[in-house]
Ligand binder design. Structure first.
Ligand code: FES
Length: 155
């Protein structure tokens, strides 16, 4: 066990934890965050995606020791049910969710992209979403939501 400091959604946390513990487990088990999901545990489905240093990363294969003292953003760091983030509002407006399991990964992948490239091409959006699997197949609506968000200019 080691003492690990995590900064998640603007709050600091100190955990006594094995430094090799996947970040996803610390977020869900220790910090009770329900945004990042366990899908495959192998870095292949994208359900566990969070943003670290502006990059969408797979928290299931990232040890907590690798992200110490780095700002980590999960879905909970975007908006609230009462005050959704403009990206979340765009997904609501486009009805771009079915089961919702992949939504956290999709939104955080899209946010990381639009933060970097404010007006991304279709190809860039597809590329950003290519690592997040959605079995409900609402890709068309997700693409529309991301375009709407990018066009809105509100961050
Ligand atoms: Fe992390 Fe699938 S749970 S990529």
């Amino acid at each position: 066990m080691s003492t690990i400091h995590l900064k998640v959604n603007g709050e600091s946390h100190t955990l006594e934890i094995d430094p090799a513990t996947p970040l996803l487990y610390a977020l869900s088990d220790d910090l009770a965050l329900r945004g990042p999901k366990f899908g495959c545990g192998l870095g292949q489905c994208g359900a566990c995606t969070v943003i670290v240093k502006g990059q969408a990363i797979r928290s299931c294969i990232t040890p907590v020791s690798a992200v110490q003292d780095t700002e980590i953003t999960t879905l909970e760091g975007l908006g609230t049910p009462e005050r959704p983030h403009p990206l979340q509002q765009a997904f609501i407006d486009e009805g771009a969710a079915q089961c919702g399991f992949c939504m956290s990964g999709v939104m955080l992948s899209a946010k990381a992209l639009v933060d970097k490239v404010p007006h991304p091409s279709e190809q860039l959006i597809e590329q950003a979403l290519s690592g997040v699997l959605c079995r409900c197949f609402t890709h068309t609506r997700m693409m529309a939501a991301i375009r709407r968000y990018a066009a809105g200019g509100v961050r």
